[in-house]
Each structure stands twice: as structure tokens, then as C-alpha cells.
Design a protein around this ligand. Structure first.
Ligand code: ADP
Ligand code: MG
Length: 374
């Protein structure tokens, strides 16, 4: 079994003009299911190819357990990789496809048979082994690709958006199967996706990437409950967090014309003394708090009120559109010159109506001018 470490790993292309990965520091524990999540082009595939040994780092080191593997070939690393466009050999049966990597490695026929039986059972494709790939559904083909990858008993399993070519229902099914499979096999796994639902549902740990850099590494729940940067806050959630640009004025934050929010109540819940003017050596966090702040509240944590509340946080707006989505209703409220999304069970508001958005202190997030959580 294997743990993986990336120590300050960067990858540049085109003579340094393209920065695919920048100083990645990452640890994957033995048997862990780690998901790299980020938008297209952020460097996920490159990071995976570096671990696989298909790319060499421009700087930094990669370790498998305590061994530096920078110059090890993919086969020396004993990794199995499954891509989005998994290619099965069309002229071979399912059995022959799965047997192929074992044959290449000179595994004797009876050992081959034993392993094939085991993986086909594990992936529920026993009934398909005589068929050619063309006779299989998309989901079955993906199972065969997975079977072919794990039949070699790799120490590391690398998956690059392996479900993105499947339809939504199948993707959901395969997602839980993959998770079960990884649990049973206990193989150290790195799974790459741009789909946050996939990431959240499968990962022990999620690594959020943006533009070649790591934004946050945390358990899935924490990504939602404690997005460490404004960028992550805008990326996670459906729809993601609303962010209001605000200006610090003594003890409060002014949000355009919409209202002010007591800074102490927001920052206070994070344990920061927002009003303190202390300049002692135990520098209070507020002393370094910038004047330009962003206040974030998730759509599900905002409430609509037709009257101005007498206490608590409130911002004024006008109902723009109401989207009944079945599971919930999404109300778009114009606050200053932007739309704020509010998730409600039932909406008894109509377009053009003046409303107040309210929220609890503990549901608000504050980001400084560098986009870092205060
Ligand atoms: P992702 O998988 O998150 O979509 P990639 O790792 O494929 O991102 O790409 C990250 C960046 O590196 C992109 O800007 C991409 O164009 C660039 N890149 C990736 N591979 C190469 C390559 N072989 N040559 C030049 N640029 C590359
Ligand atoms: Mg990719």
C-alpha cells in the first residue's frame, strides 16, 4: 500500500509560459480517497499525470511512501489510470480486454482466471464477459475499463473524470459503486472531477484547485461549512454563496445602499474582536482587517421579509424573478445593482415587490481584500 506526497510541485509548459500547476503541496494517505475538484483548465489532469509518471515535475518532488519517484516510469510506480475516454480494444471480448494487462505482465493463466473472476464479480459484469465492447452499454463499458485497471492490483488508482461521458442517472449509480469498490479494495485513490456533487459524495478529502494552485484541502463537509477563500465560496454550493461587496465603517460593514451589517456580529462569531482598537503586541485581528470586505451568505441561509426587521441583519432589495424548481423556489432579489439568490420553500412574493433579506450572524462569512476568510 502506498501514500503519496507532492512537495512544492510545479509544472510549466511552453518554456514556462503556461503554468499548469504551481507549487502543489499535497498528501494522500494510504488507502485514502482524495478528490481534486476544479474548473476546466485548472490543472487537474496535469497533477494526475505527474503522479502517474506521465509528466516530470518542473520543480518540486513527488514521493510514494518515502521514495522520491520523480524519475520513475509509470510502470515502476504501479499506478492504474482510468480516463474519461477509456479505450477498450474493440476486437477483443470483455474477458480478453481484462486479461490483457495480466498477459502483458506474464501472469500465468490460472492466476489470471482467478483475478478476472474476482474483478468481474466485484463490478457486476460476470454476465458480459463473452461480449465485445460494441455490444455493451456506456455504463458496462466503463465498468470493464475499471475492471481492466484494478485487475493488475495497482498500489495507486488514478481516475480522470471517469464518469463524465455517462448520463446523469448512471453517473450517480456508478459514483456510489466506485466508492464501494474503493472501500473494499482500500487502494489509495486520486479522483479528478469538475463536478462538485461527485467530489462531495465520494471523497475522504477534497482538494479544490483554481488556476494551477490549491485553494483548499479539507473534508467535504468543511468545504461547504468553512470555505477558506472567496473563490471557493463562489464555487461550492448550488447555487453558490452570495457575496456582497462591503466597506468597513467603524463597527459595521456598509453594503451599498442596501443597508449595514454589524461587523461585530459577523466577525464575532469567528471569535474576532471587530471593534477593538488595541494596538498591543497581541495584535487584534481587527487591526489588520481591511476596509474592503466581502460578506457572504448562502442562498439557503437568507430569509425574505416584507417588512423591515426591528433587529438583526437586514438588507433591502426588490424581487426580480421567482423560479419554482420543485424541491425549492429560487427567488432572485435585486440588491443595489446585482442579483442575490434566495432559496425558499414557498415564495409568496412577486416581481417588483420590496423585500428585506435577513440572516443569522453565524451563517455569514467575511472575506478580506485578499479573498481570505476572516
Ligand atoms: P484540467 O484537467 O483541470 O482541465 P489541465 O491539467 O489539462 O487542466 O491543463 C492545465 C493547463 O495546462 C491548461 O492551461 C492547459 O492548456 C495546459 N496544458 C496541459 N497540458 C499541456 C501540454 N502538454 N502542453 C501545453 N500546455 C498544456
Ligand atoms: Mg482534465
Amino acid at each position: 500500500m502506498t501514500s503519496i506526497t507532492m512537495d512544492g510541485v510545479s509544472k510549466y509548459f511552453d518554456g514556462g509560459e503556461t503554468v499548469a500547476n504551481y507549487r502543489l503541496n499535497l498528501e494522500v494517505d494510504d488507502g485514502e480517497f482524495l478528490v481534486i475538484l476544479g474548473p476546466s483548465g485548472c490543472g487537474k489532469t496535469t497533477a494526475l499525470r505527474l503522479v502517474a509518471g506521465l509528466e516530470e515535475p518542473s520543480e518540486g518532488d513527488i514521493y510514494f511512501d518515502d521514495e522520491r519517484v520523480n524519475r520513475w516510469s509509470p510502470s515502476e510506480r504501479n499506478v492504474a489510470m482510468v480516463f474519461q475516454n477509456y479505450a477498450l480494444y474493440p476486437h477483443m471480448s470483455v474477458r480478453e480486454n481484462i486479461a490483457y494487462p495480466l498477459k502483458v505482465r506474464g501472469i500465468p493463466p490460472d492466476e489470471r482466471d482467478r483475478r478476472i473472476e474476482e474483478v468481474t464479480e466485484l463490478l457486476h459484469i460476470e454476465g458480459q464477459i463473452g461480449k465485445r465492447p460494441a455490444a455493451l452499454s456506456g455504463g458496462q463499458r466503463q465498468r470493464v475499463a475499471l475492471a481492466r485497471a484494478i485487475v493488475r492490483e495497482p498500489s495507486v488508482f488514478l481516475l480522470d473524470e471517469p464518469l463524465s461521458n455517462l448520463d446523469a442517472k448512471l453517473r450517480q449509480e456508478m459514483r456510489s459503486e466506485l466508492k464501494r469498490l474503493q472501500d473494499e479494495l482500500g487502494i489509495t485513490t486520486i479522483y479528478v472531477t469538475h463536478n462538485q456533487e461527485e467530489a462531495m459524495s465520494m471523497a475522504d478529502t477534497v482538494v479544490v484547485m483554481n488556476r494551477g494552485t490549491i485553494q483548499q484541502i479539507s473534508p467535504p463537509e468543511e468545504l461547504y461549512s468553512r470555505p477558506r477563500t472567496e473563490w471557493v465560496a463562489r464555487f461550492i454550493g448550488s447555487p453558490p454563496m452570495n457575496l456582497f461587496e462591503g466597506e468597513r465603517r467603524n463597527g459595521s460593514i456598509a453594503i451599498g445602499e442596501a443597508g449595514t451589517v454589524d461587523l461585530e456580529s459577523v466577525a464575532g462569531v469567528r471569535g474576532i474582536d471587530a471593534t477593538s482598537t488595541s494596538t498591543s503586541t497581541s495584535a487584534s485581528a481587527s487591526a489588520s482587517l481591511s476596509d474592503d470586505l466581502s460578506l457572504g451568505v448562502r442562498p439557503e441561509d437568507l430569509f425574505l421579509s416584507s417588512e423591515r426587521p426591528t433587529s438583526g441583519n437586514a438588507l433591502e432589495g426588490t424581487v426580480d424573478t421567482v423560479e419554482p424548481l420543485g424541491e425549492y423556489t429560487l427567488v432572485n432579489v435585486a440588491v443595489d445593482d446585482r442579483l442575490v439568490k434566495v432559496k425558499v420553500g414557498d415564495a409568496d412574493v412577486t416581481r417588483g415587490e420590496e423585500v428585506w433579506l435577513t440572516f443569522d450572524d453565524e451563517d455569514a462569512y467575511l472575506y478580506d481584500e485578499n479573498g481570505e476568510l476572516v
